[in-house]
Design a binder for this molecule. Structure first.
Ligand code: FES
Length: 160
């Protein structure tokens, strides 16, 4: 990773935007990257503006990688005021915004954000007439998803 990119990532991380859970979100998308253990959840709230349903606000929670956090911070700002279709039309590199081009080993970090966005918005764009039901108040947090034991338990194998 170049020093310049590292500096831009650090600048985005110094003042991350839209971090945290959102109560009363219209839509939630969660994705995980099994390769690196990264997980990202995105909350989206819509509003009516000029006769269109646009994204009022989006927030995120992420575990791990700084690049994914920086991209999510920039992307949640970028999609404000866009319709779901407009947000979904954004390319991965556009979501990374002012971070600029990412090196090949970091592209999947931005794709993680894109995946969470797709997961949150796709149902609405696929079925435009169907209202998305609000997330239940007792929906598990991202931390719950990580820390609660999986159904069926975890198998530990001790090495010799
Ligand atoms: Fe895996 Fe960034 S290193 S999401």
């Amino acid at each position: 990773m170049t020093d310049d990119l590292q500096k831009r990532i650090q600048a985005a991380l110094a003042n991350p935007q839209n971090m945290g859970e959102m109560t009363g979100a219209d839509s939630i998308g969660t994705v995980g990257n099994a390769d690196c253990g990264e997980m990202l959840r995105l909350w989206v709230k819509f509003k009516q503006q000029d006769g269109k349903r646009v994204i009022d606000r989006a927030t995120f929670q992420s575990f791990g990688c700084e690049t994914a956090i920086a991209v999510a911070s920039l992307a949640t700002e970028l999609i404000r005021g866009k319709t779901a279709e407009e947000a979904l039309a954004l390319k991965t590199e556009e979501l990374a915004g002012e971070l600029g081009p990412l090196p090949p080993m970091k592209i999947h970090c931005a794709q993680l954000v894109e995946g969470a966005l797709r997961s949150a918005l796709e149902p609405q764009s696929v079925e435009p007439k169907k209202e998305i039901s609000p997330a239940p108040a007792n929906a598990p947090t991202l931390l719950d998803s990580f820390s609660k034991p999986k159904e069926g338990g975890v198998k530990l194998t001790f090495l010799d």
